[in-house]
Design a protein around this ligand. Sequence first.
Ligand code: NAD
Length: 454
Amino acid sequence: MRVLGRRADDVADVVRSETGKPAAEALTEVVVSVDLLRFYAKKGPGHLRPRRVGSGWMPWKKAWVERVPHGVVGAITPWNYPFIIPMDTVVAALFAGNAVVLKPSELTPLSALLIGELCTEAGLPSDLVRVVTGDGSTGEALIRSGVDRIVFTGSTATGRRVMAAAAETLTPVTLELGGKDPAIVLDDADLDRAVPGVVFGALFNAGQTCLSVERVLVARSRYDEFVRRATELLASLRVGTGVDVDVGPLVSRAQVDVVERHVTQAVAGGARALVGGGRQAPGSSVFLPTLLVHVKPSMDVVSAESFGPLLPVLPFDDDDEAVGLANESRYGLFASVWTRDSTRGIRVARRLHASGVSINDVLSHYAVAGLPMGGVGESGFGRRRGLEGLDEMARTRSMLVDRGGRRREPWWFPYGAGQIRLIRAVLEWRVRRGPAGLLAFARSMARRRERHGA
Ligand code: NAD
């Protein structure tokens, strides 16, 4: 933590140089990682300690569960958060006693190499965290290299290839994949908070966040006001490649092409961009924050991951319709619900096909180290961060020690009437609660002994 505190600006500079994101966003990557370290330092050791479990109807035995590191964890990471995402896995893997081989995105190798450097600076043995750079073929080679677990974060398409490669050696995988997160603005929402919140959720890191708001569903009675206010806000943001901007460039030309394609397709299908709608200048990697109305669920901008600064806004008539629209997605990562009534918000949240939901908030999820990250459906499976993320980094070994001191157990060979009597008595015991069970056991044994004249 001390090393990170000292080198925070260096990290932010490298992240900025590789992604072009605003300085505040680059520095956020360091803060969030430091907080995860704090969380694991506090909760990790207790969580990973061997856990006694009751030995049920065999009280003369002792049973417990131990955590064992996998060995070497292979982490394959994307470019959008080139420091936090690798750190999530490196930190959890090391806490649980593993070594790590990290394969970062080919677009952001320097941030990952810096992680290796920081680990050495923190006094870790130099071969505990190894960084290998390269493209997808290096990722594939890592999966086939004999590592003991793979943690992959990236697109759903690549996730499928990763899982297929891991299947060849039955290497366990965690897949953290894409999303199309909805923000649901209910009819009682406080728009003073919902508008800037949803806009922030959609445009942080220029929309290149797995938890980004990618679809905005607004109660019809508030739709016009929401659209008007959000349009004004988007138009007021500073956009560009400088230090003092709110929304920076996209990471690559390929990413701009995807976003442009989604907008062009939507407009051709009848959608209207009330603000933005294209690049800042021809050939620029800055895509203007864009608010789209008259969009349809069939359009890519509503159904496929855009990973750009877009807000497609759709109206709904009641909560049921909002839930239906939100769940009309093959993804299931995150969602947000905006309402003055948090009980109603929680009720709606529990109906959503998403593994994390914020009420009247957005993106802060990631800054709470105790909350696990992960998805359902085509957003993947397994968890990063939180104690659940630590669980993924260790397998369990269950242990049992017999302390009875007898020469044999009564159910061992050879079978006879005694075993059946015992098993029936245990059954009578286990179907009841508390002392009544023990009494039933004793009665059953006595009854059957009488019946068999034993
Ligand atoms: P990507 O799938 O193109 O690449 C991710 C990583 O996989 C890179 O390191 C890449 O080199 C590597 N890779 C590519 N082909 C591979 C193969 N065949 N075998 C092994 N590794 C291979 O993703 P990206 O464009 O770098 O990142 C953006 C995507 O990541 C988005 O879809 C976004 O939603 C997702 N993402 C998800 C989360 C999450 O927590 N769920 C977080 C961040 C990003």
